[in-house]
Design a protein around this ligand. Structure first.
Ligand code: ATP
Length: 396
């Protein structure tokens, strides 16, 4: 899939066409490619990252996101294509000539220097004046103003990562690259650092490009997420837009979970497509239909599916599917997760909020499923229905 034709440009314009790189004030990648021997790690990448945005490159291990980041940083030379930043071609500029800084998962702090000197390092090297005011401003920004004389080893992982961030931000780069920066932190700390990073980006207003394989992390922080797969961008957009209206099975499965059911298209009207789903007519909005063929995968997120007793009139007029049998029930506190075997043999996932309004169903019970047509999407039948599934877990 071509990322230019299929994915909207993340640039400030509403059009799908990429911006003119020579006048664009953000970061523009044009037909960027990287080969390692005979292996193409990044394939004709076209990407606009608007100035001041928080942009995430999200994808499974090996999809090419770090290679892309390293090309932007100047640590890897592209095989072909161009990189421009604020209209300037930096494709072959040396790393230190680029207004770009990188924060890695390993904090790479100087162990013999205290926090203050770690942050001051870049300014001192460039013989900048007014070091003290700037260092204190940065340390306050990352909320470490009271720890200035500690050595890195005396700080927690999260605090060390904040020092690394302050050390990069003090150089006021045009673009800050974050390569799995929270990967070494435990889950709870990661979640609080995500909120912290977002706040810091809001405050400094610089462009952040964040590389991660963690979909929740990308969706929590970024304004725009580009989902990468096998060296290509599958889709990009705002997190909610990607989640609600995925254009490929890979995105549908990689961002959250999806039920994908095969169907045959019966009719296409201006705003709605009617699909025969194993003998039942279901509707999908035309703007959520991403296939031109006669067949397609009907997609519905598990939390959008309502479960009820057979014949119960559920609050989801439109797509109602009788004849299910509950095959598994997992009570997980906020919700109950069901597997329901449908008459055509497929098991569908249903996540039901535990609001207390409905009783829980038991294994073996006959049920009816239902969802509002506006929540469904329709994908190309030629795509693998399991693409992107479970890759997050195997990704370390
Ligand atoms: P991860 O999250 O695991 O870092 P990634 O999406 O960042 O994955 P890259 O590190 O960009 O992936 O690697 C993309 C592909 O290019 C992988 O298949 C990797 O093995 C290959 N690759 C990366 N660097 C080199 C290299 N120096 N030589 C040969 N192959 C490489």
């Amino acid at each position: 899939m071509s990322q230019v034709a299929e994915a909207p440009s993340s640039g400030s314009s509403d059009s799908d066409a990429p911006a003119d790189a020579s006048t664009y004030d953000g970061l523009a990648l044009r037909q960027l490619e990287k080969d390692f021997g005979a292996f193409r790690a990044v394939r004709s990448l076209d990407l606009d990252v608007p100035r001041g945005s928080f942009f995430a490159l999200l994808g499974p291990s090996g999809c090419g996101k770090t290679t892309t980041l390293r090309m932007v940083a100047g640590l890897e030379s592209p095989t072909s294509g161009t990189i421009t930043l604020a209209g300037q071609d930096i494709t072959y500029a040396k790393p230190y000539q680029r207004p770009v800084n990188t924060v890695f998962q390993s904090y790479a702090l100087f162990p013999h220097l205290d926090i203050y000197e770690n942050v001051a390092f870049g300014l001192r090297r460039r013989k900048k004046g007014d070091v003290d005011a700037q260092v204190r401003e940065m340390l306050d920004l990352v909320e470490l103003g009271s720890q200035v004389r500690k050595k890195p080893v005396q700080l927690s992982g999260g605090q060390q990562q904040r020092v690394a961030l302050a050390r990069a931000l003090i150089n006021r780069p045009e673009v800050l690259l974050l390569d799995e920066p929270l990967g070494a932190l435990d889950l709870k700390l990661r979640r609080s650092m995500q909120i912290e990073l977002k706040r810091i980006q809001d405050e400094v207003g610089l462009t952040f490009i964040h590389v991660t394989h963690d979909q929740e992390e990308a969706m929590t922080m970024a304004d725009t997420v580009a989902v990468m797969n096998a060296g290509l961008i599958e889709q990009m957009g705002a997190p909610a837009e990607l989640y609600e209206n995925p254009r490929s099975t890979f995105v549908a499965n990689f961002l959250g979970q999806s039920n994908l059911i095969d169907g045959t298209i019966k009719s296409r009207a201006a705003d709605v497509v009617t699909v025969d789903m194993h003998g039942i007519d279901v509707s999908v909005r035309a703007d959520r239909t991403h296939t031109q063929g006669d067949k397609g995968w009907i997609g519905i997120r598990p939390e959008k599916v309502l479960i009820g007793e057979e014949g119960e009139s559920l609050d989801a007029p439109g797509n109602t599917v009788p004849g299910g049998v509950v095959t598994d029930v997992s009570f997980v506190g906020v919700s109950t997760q069901y597997l329901v075997r449908m008459p055509w043999g497929q098991e569908l996932q249903v996540f039901s909020q535990n609001t207390g309004r409905h009783r829980l169903f038991e294994e073996g019970e006959r049920v009816e499923l239902s969802w509002r047509p506006e929540y469904a999407f329709l994908l190309d039948a030629s795509q693998d229905a399991s693409a992107g599934a479970q890759k997050i877990d195997s990704d370390g």
